[in-house]
Design a protein around this ligand. Structure first.
Ligand code: IPE
Ligand code: IPE
Ligand code: MG
Length: 310
């Protein structure tokens, strides 16, 4: 990562398995089967980048409404292929696996047992906290938190964002820095609603079974171009009277990056465009045009009056 560009927690909505299979004339379940390499790619990518937390959305509270055969397949597949067979390798790599979600009578006892065994096996690992969101929903997480606060009779005046977070399903789970979704849909689908309050959202067109290290790297590259402000102003960046120019793109990045792209960034754009080709050529071209315009306006030393609320 670039210096100062903190990336502690990546969350991923692994989407597109069904379409991947249907594009090949196969049953949807083949898409879930084919997702194994993608899962390995993102875990390895996170390990290589030194990311501390990786949360993967494996099964939502809404996914129970899918046909019974698909639900049964998904639950068994996760327990056997992902957790069962893949666990020893992940254990060797220092990955700690934890489940985020709720037990449910529809989850077979042996599946639950395997998941708990994997949690137990990897309990002491600390290279990467791998959180598998299974039977998870953001709204339910919020509701359960309120229930917990009420049932423990927490006084109204003690309720703050900090105490609220302490009563959530996984209190240690940090805010999400980067929320990545594959499969081309631009929505959160009831994932980590609380934790994504200030997440950078990155949507890739690649279908999850096709996701590989280069897609992960591409997502990081897009993330590094973002300016995180958290509602505040970066010290020293407030426009002076008569020289206001906040159009959302020109102030220094909260992460320590220069606000406007330097020439090196512009020269690196062919690589950016190339990596977009597999996902979204159009976005790459738009980004090029935007950065080039910014550079031109910087060169011209142009100033302009701010947009006013009318
Ligand atoms: C994601 O792929 C897997 C889960 C939701 C469990 P989908 O099964 O949603 O695939 P698409 O979106 O229908 O292609
Ligand atoms: C989100 O994908 C849930 C998981 C990836 C586990 P969905 O495919 O269920 O989301 P929607 O239905 O398109 O919003
Ligand atoms: Mg889907």
């Amino acid at each position: 990562m670039a210096p100062g560009a903190s990336l502690k927690h990546i969350a991923c909505i692994m989407d597109g398995n069904g379409r991947w299979a249907q594009n090949r004339g196969l049953d949807r379940t083949h898409g879930h089967l084919a997702a194994r390499s993608a899962f390995e790619a993102i875990v390895e990518g996170a390990l290589d980048e030194g990311v501390e937390w990786l949360t993967l959305f494996a099964f939502s509270t809404e996914n129970w409404s899918r046909p019974e055969e698909e639900v049964t397949f998904l639950v068994d597949f996760l327990a056997e292929r992902v957790i069962g067979r893949g666990m020893s390798h992940m254990h060797e790599r220092g990955v700690r696996l934890r489940l985020l979600g709720w037990e449910d009578p529809r989850i077979p006892a042996d599946v639950m047992d395997r998941m708990r065994e994997a949690e137990e096996l990897t309990r002491e690992n600390s290279e990467l906290q791998l959180i598998l969101a299974f039977n998870y929903g953001g709204r339910r997480d919020l509701c359960e938190t309120v229930r917990s606060l009420v049932s423990r009779s927490v006084a109204v005046e003690e309720i703050s964002t900090e105490t609220f977070a302490q009563h959530m399903a996984l209190p240690e789970l940090p805010d999400v820095d980067l929320l990545l979704r594959t499969g081309g849909e631009h929505r959160i689908s009831n994932f980590l609603l609380w934790h994504c309050a200030y997440a950078e959202l990155i949507f890739l067109d690649v279908l999850w079974p096709d996701f590989r290290t280069q897609h992960f790297q591409h997502a990081l590259e897009l993330y590094r171009q973002r300016q995180r402000r958290f509602g505040t102003l970066v010290p020293g960046s407030a426009p002076s009277p008569g020289h206001p120019a906040d159009d959302g793109t020109t102030w220094p990045a909260a992460t320590g990056h220069p606000a406007q792209p330097g020439r090196a960034t512009l020269l690196g754009l062919p690589t950016t465009i190339a990596s977009h080709l597999g996902a979204s050529l159009l976005n790459g071209l738009k980004e090029t045009a935007r950065l080039a315009l910014l550079q031109l306006s910087e060169d011209a030393g142009r100033t302009r009056r701010p947009e006013q609320w009318r």
